[in-house]
Design a protein around this ligand. Structure first.
Ligand SMILES: CC(C)(COP(=O)(O)OP(=O)(O)OC[C@H]1O[C@@H](n2cnc3c(N)ncnc32)[C@H](O)[C@@H]1OP(=O)(O)O)[C@@H](O)C(=O)NCCC(=O)NCCS
Length: 147
């Protein structure tokens, strides 16, 4: 398994990016200023993007694993890689997500705890309703873990 930083042509991985954030103009809000990593294990299996939010906060803006390879530890391996890479450089690793039963347990398994909500984020910033597991996402849930 190899994790490498992607400096150019990040949109090559748009298919994976849209798995985590289905509206492309929302991805465009952070992709260029973000640092992108791709996990390779007999081909590309997963990616993530992190941004410097100031005040010692590193934010995980996007993380996705190829659907047929989910549940095999690749997502957690990327989070562990981020922790090892940025420990000592930032104080907190933060992530914002919908209140979804598919993502919150993953972040909790990676050591994140619920921190705060941004009310109506998915209504105010997306041009169409976002559903996960049949439930419309409304508020953005922020989770954090110490670095
Ligand atoms: C969410 C995602 C990145 C997780 O990556 P993954 O490789 O499937 O997860 P892992 O196999 O590394 O799982 C790590 C841990 O989280 C747990 N976990 C992962 N998904 C879970 C789920 N849906 N429900 C409960 N626990 C879950 C695993 O059981 C595992 O726990 P353990 O460490 O105690 O064994 C991946 O499923 C994905 O790409 N989903 C679609 C895109 C997406 O929703 N991205 C997040 C946007 S906020």
């Amino acid at each position: 398994m190899k994790i490498k930083k992607i400096e150019t042509d990040k949109k090559i991985y748009l298919g994976l990016l849209l798995l985590a954030d289905e509206q492309e103009d929302m991805v465009d809000r952070y992709l260029e200023r973000g640092t992108m990593y791709v996990l390779e294990d007999n081909g590309v299996k997963a990616e993530c993007v992190v941004t410097d939010e100031g005040g010692g906060v590193l934010e995980l803006k996007n993380i996705a694993v190829e659907p047929e390879f989910q549940g095999r530890g690749y997502g957690k391996a990327l989070v562990e890689f981020l922790i090892q890479t940025y420990i000592g450089q930032y104080t907190v690793l933060q992530v914002g997500t919908g209140d979804s039963p598919t993502t919150i347990p993953f972040y909790e398994a990676c050591g994140f705890c619920r921190h705060h909500l941004v009310k109506n984020f998915f209504i105010d910033y997306y041009d169409h309703p976002i559903y996960e597991c049949g439930v419309q996402l409304v508020d953005m849930v922020y989770l954090q873990r110490k670095l």
